[in-house]
Design a protein around this ligand. Structure first.
Ligand SMILES: Nc1ncnc2c1ncn2[C@@H]1O[C@H](COP(=O)(O)OP(=O)(O)OP(=O)(O)O)[C@@H](O)[C@H]1O
Length: 285
């Protein structure tokens, strides 16, 4: 990626900005319960969930498979509405999806018949209706360049590697400039090396935006959660899953993946998260 110099220059000022800005609440999850109607009756996926997420924070949701991470995330995106309680995003009660909340899924959700360029253009075009075509092209080119895919912009998704597809999905999410970015296991399908470089690219984009975007990510990967996040929200097993603990990640940014693994605080957080996920209450099923 050709953004490293820019992002390095922004790091110090971004630190200050982040501290000031992080005092505002971007997302408030208030006493949320989500139940689904199933052929066997009502199924409560999550309940009693209350969580405040500050502007510019990166939050990870972790927990065992099926505990309700995606369901909770989808209450923020508006794709799932709470059965009771409410989610407030950018000071408005969430009643459905909106352009202030961009989402990236594990399966990239790119339109297979459209080029890299077109996939991003379509999203930009639908959100920035008031902008001229030239402005929209400039936005698309800017974000394609940011994820270093300019030479691949005319390719179809089927002609790209998994990491490249995920970069397109991330570029598309950033291009519509949502203040809240929701990532549902975005790197789950990638090999360790590609995953590592995607982490760096995500943080570069976040830095270039002055660490102003609020990012909520679902992951199964403890190391990924610690490396990227300010807080890790650990969920209990479902049904009727609740938040088990919110673990603060007080590790200085920018973080170096190699160095951080030897940091005593990293090791402590890692042990705590392992304990929370694999204690006797978590493995009863
Ligand atoms: N539309 C639905 N109707 C009925 N049950 C649902 C629905 N969506 C999710 N569930 C159930 O709610 C629970 C939580 O699902 P969810 O996908 O949120 O879990 P998750 O923690 O994200 O899982 P994973 O880590 O495996 O992706 C599961 O038991 C799932 O079967």
């Amino acid at each position: 990626m050709n953004t490293s110099n820019k992002s390095l220059n922004l790091v110090d000022s971004a630190n200050d900005f982040h501290k000031i800005n992080s005092r505002e609440t971007a997302i408030s999850i208030n006493n949320v319960e989500v139940s689904f109607s199933t052929p066997k009756g009502k199924f409560t996926a999550v309940k009693d969930i209350s969580l405040d997420i500050k502007r510019g924070e990166i939050i990870s949701l972790i927990g065992h498979s099926g505990c309700g991470k995606s369901t909770l995330m989808n209450t923020i995106s508006g794709m799932v509405l709470p059965t009771s309680g409410e989610v407030i995003a950018n000071d408005k009660v969430v009643k459905g999806p909106g352009p202030d909340r961009g989402i990236v899924f594990q399966n990239y959700s790119l339109l297979p018949w459209m080029s890299v360029y077109k996939n991003i253009f379509v999203a930009v075009d639908s959100v920035f209706k008031h902008k001229s075509t030239d402005e929209k092209h400039a936005i698309v080119n800017h974000y394609i360049e940011m994820v270093n895919l300019t030479s691949h912009k005319d390719k179809l998704p089927s002609q790209l590697s998994g990491g490249m597809k995920q970069r397109v999905a991330i570029a598309r999410a950033f291009a519509i400039n949502p203040s809240i970015l929701l990532l549902d296991e975005p790197f789950g399908a990638l090999d360790a090396l590609t995953k590592g470089s995607m982490h760096i690219e995500l943080l570069k984009l976040w830095n270039l935006d002055n660490r102003n975007k609020t990012i909520v990510m679902v992951t199964h990967d403890i190391e990924e959660a610690i490396f990227l996040s300010d807080k890790v929200v650990v969920m209990n097993n479902g049904p009727a899953a609740t938040i088990k603990k919110i673990v603060d990640v007080n590790l200085e940014r920018p973080r170096n993946k190699k160095a951080i693994a030897h940091d005593p605080e990293y090791i402590r957080i890692h042990d705590e998260l392992l304990g929370l996920l694999f204690d006797k209450f978590s493995i009863e099923d």
